[in-house]
Write a protein that binds this ligand. Structure first.
Ligand code: HEM
Ligand code: HEM
Length: 188
């Protein structure tokens, strides 16, 4: 499979970036659900609440770099043409939805980072290095960033649900092979 996208097909770099983001997003929701419910003195699979927070923050920052890589790659190699099986309305909604998904891919890590820095909680990247705090404690900003983080995380679920629902509806119900455009090692 070619590295770059062609007129009909996503290339391997786009597919790799897409599925890396999907996997790490799943980790973010799972880690968030556990870390916000686990008692401070309890562990899960040997991980304390603090470890889970650190993994959530570190993977979140990896996601920010992946989002940047994705946007850069998208600018460098044109997207394939719309899948012929999508109706005009589905194309119009998908276009809006993909823009919103990109917004979430940036807003989630940025608001999370702002929250922990303005709240002075910090980030120990993968438990190894304490990142410097360039903004210092600012309680108002921390609260605003937290609200944005939480609201965006719920909004992203809605956008992802539409995106996944459309893909599954075409692939499994209409049986038109739509997902083959993005699934690894498949040709449309
Ligand atoms: C795409 C990346 C990210 C996703 C999808 C994500 C998702 C979430 C979700 C779903 C929650 C739970 C919200 C709730 O309370 O209902 C959460 C909480 C949290 N996130 Fe993230 N997050 C991301 C990146 C980050 C980053 C980069 C940081 C910090 C550097 C961060 C720090 C936090 C913290 C500290 C909380 C707990 C807030 C609290 O105590 O209520 N997140 N995140
Ligand atoms: C975190 C979850 C997800 C995000 C943020 C996301 C984001 C995106 C974005 C922005 C695109 C546009 C192409 C690009 O810029 O790379 C895209 C394309 C695509 N995604 Fe996802 N996606 C997610 C999950 C999924 C899942 C779970 C599936 C499969 C069930 C899926 C199937 C597809 C397909 C088939 C395309 C190509 C659509 C076309 O033919 O134009 N996505 N995705």
């Amino acid at each position: 499979m070619a590295l770059k996208n062609s007129a009909t097909c996503y290339g391997s770099v786009s597919r790799f970036l897409h599925w890396s983001v999907v996997t790490l997003f799943a980790f973010q929701y799972l880690s968030a659900a556990i870390m916000t419910h686990l008692a401070r003195d309890k562990t899960l699979l040997g991980l304390s609440q603090g470890d889970l927070y650190n993994w959530h923050k570190s993977i979140g920052l990896v996601l920010l770099t992946l989002a940047l890589a994705r946007l850069t790659w998208r600018k460098a190699t044109p997207l394939p043409d719309w899948a012929p099986v999508l109706s005009k309305t589905e194309r119009a909604i998908s276009h809006r939805n993909e823009t919103l998904l990109y917004g979430c891919m940036f807003l989630l890590p940025l608001s999370g980072y702002l929250f922990v820095m303005a709240g002075n909680f910090g980030v120990k990247l993968f438990g190894l290095v304490n990142l410097p705090n360039p903004i210092g404690k600012q309680e108002g900003l921390a609260l605003l960033a937290l609200i944005v983080h939480i609201v965006t995380s719920y909004a992203a679920v809605v956008f992802i649900a539409w995106h996944v629902g459309l893909g599954l509806k075409h692939h499994c119900y209409d049986r038109d092979g739509f997902l083959n455009r993005m699934l690894p090692f498949r040709q449309p």
